[in-house]
Write a protein that binds this ligand. Structure first.
Ligand code: SF4
Length: 418
């Protein structure tokens, strides 16, 4: 088993190469199982009232400890390995460049997004601190311990960025401010991104995070159209989010943080067309921001765990087109799509397109930048949207054999010997 491969069978194996696009009609969330009364709102965890002790690894303990931010934060498995609070190895990479933190509460996230492993309906089967998220476990660590390691340079300079993921909880706005302030006071050399929760925020909250020292502000729009948004994270799944509110906070971020300092997450393969998602990419670029792309993957335990991962041809086309828009001053108006919204022409000369494919940067994980280059994300999320055997977002620079595979997935001929 490769590193960061969850030791649980998938409900459905990814269908890379089996289809060209995930069609809208097929990408419907399943109904949620009812949540027993004693499990609602973190009831089982709070009933135990066990004091947390040190680092908590998901599924380690019989009694889940009572942990909450800002004293505790969860972090990705890759971040925990890089920080040195967990042992492990990562397939073809030695570390992550972003310390992804997640606020944590026994009640968990109060939203119910259909593709997400942290969603509220999972109270029926797993306590919050034990839930998988973007394919990996998230150990909980005392924040004092995180800051102490950073204060003594214990990360060896490997982190280029820290990110606070807010989740949907009544305490998350206030606790994000505490986590941010303490970080800026301890490790000001590592800039902070905010992965916001627009549903509970106002423009004044965005301004306050900026004034407290946040460097980049992001919004997890995730869905590429208002209809898919409503179906997967709004009324369709009894979740509190709305497309308009997300865009309201995104607009505020564009004005307050300014060009190159805000962005939005988009998931590819939830039933939108390639034209739909690239329309959002262009809209974000026109505002001055960047899009951060995720390949849809059927997260175990989510309401979309029975659905196919985004087919690699669709994913690669969108990755490449997004890179052209975000970093090569290209525009969607110069691209051509078929009747189904599938990208059929990138609108740039073949030789130039080939050079960009060969360079490989377009196929790396996208997100907030680190120190390597303006178009290379610090947030490399190793294997957050695919298993290592079939990489969607490369957490490292793809090599020759990777590029050959990408060309095949794009339906392009391999170059002949020069
Ligand atoms: S708000 Fe974020 S963390 Fe909460 S269920 Fe939705 S996607 Fe998951």
């Amino acid at each position: 088993m490769s590193c960061l491969e969850l030791p649980r069978p998938l409900a459905v194996q990814p269908t890379a190469g089996a289809a060209d696009m995930n069609e809208a009609a097929a990408m419907q969330p399943r109904p949620a199982n009812p949540v027993p009364a004693d499990a609602r709102n973190g009831g089982r965890v709070k009933a135990h009232e066990v004091a947390p002790q040190g680092v908590y690894r998901p599924n380690d303990n019989v009694l889940t400890p009572f942990m909450r931010s800002p004293e505790y934060v969860q972090m990705s498995t890759a971040a925990a390995i890089t920080l040195g609070v967990m042992q492990g190895y990562m397939h073809r990479t030695s570390c992550t460049r972003c310390l992804n933190l997640l606020l944590t509460y026994p009640e968990g996230c109060r939203a119910n997004c259909a593709y997400c492993g942290l969603a509220r309906h999972r109270e029926a089967e797993r306590d919050y601190a034990d839930r998988n998220f973007i394919r990996v476990d998230w150990p909980a660590v005392p924040y004092d311990e995180v800051l102490a390691i950073m204060a003594r340079g214990g990360d060896g300079g490997r982190f280029h960025r820290m990110c606070i993921s807010m989740i949907t909880h009544p305490r998350s706005d206030a606790d994000t401010r505490v986590v941010l302030e303490r970080w800026v006071a301890t490790a000001p050399h590592v800039p902070v991104s905010i992965l916001s929760n627009p549903t509970t925020m106002t423009r004044a909250d965005v301004q306050e995070l900026h004034d407290l020292g946040a460097d980049i502000f992001t919004v997890a729009l995730d869905a590429a159209t208002p209809e898919i948004f409503d179906r997967t994270r709004g009324r369709g799944v009894q979740s509190p989010h709305s497309w308009d509110k997300y865009w309201e906070i995104l607009q505020a971020a564009a004005e307050i943080f300014g060009p190159e300092k805000f962005g939005a997450h988009l998931i590819v393969g939830m039933g939108e067309s390639e034209r739909d998602v690239l329309t959002q990419v262009q809209a974000l670029r026109d505002l001055g921001g960047h899009s951060h792309m995720f390949a849809f993957f059927p997260e175990k335990g989510s309401l979309m765990d029975h659905l196919p991962a985004v087919p690699r041809p669709q994913w690669r086309r969108v990755q490449l087109a997004r890179y052209l828009i975000d970093y090569r001053d290209h525009r969607i108006e110069r691209m051509r799509f078929d009747e189904a919204g599938r990208l059929i022409d990138y609108g740039i000369p073949e030789s130039e397109l080939d050079r960009i494919i060969k360079a490989g940067t377009a196929f790396r994980t996208s997100g907030c930048p680190g120190k390597e280059a303006h178009d290379v994300s610090a947030c490399d999320r190793p294997y957050g949207d695919s298993p290592p055997r079939d990489i969607a977002s490369y957490p490292f620079a793809p090599q020759g054999r990777d590029i050959a595979r990408i060309r095949t997935q794009l339906g392009r001929r391999q170059p002949g010997p020069s």
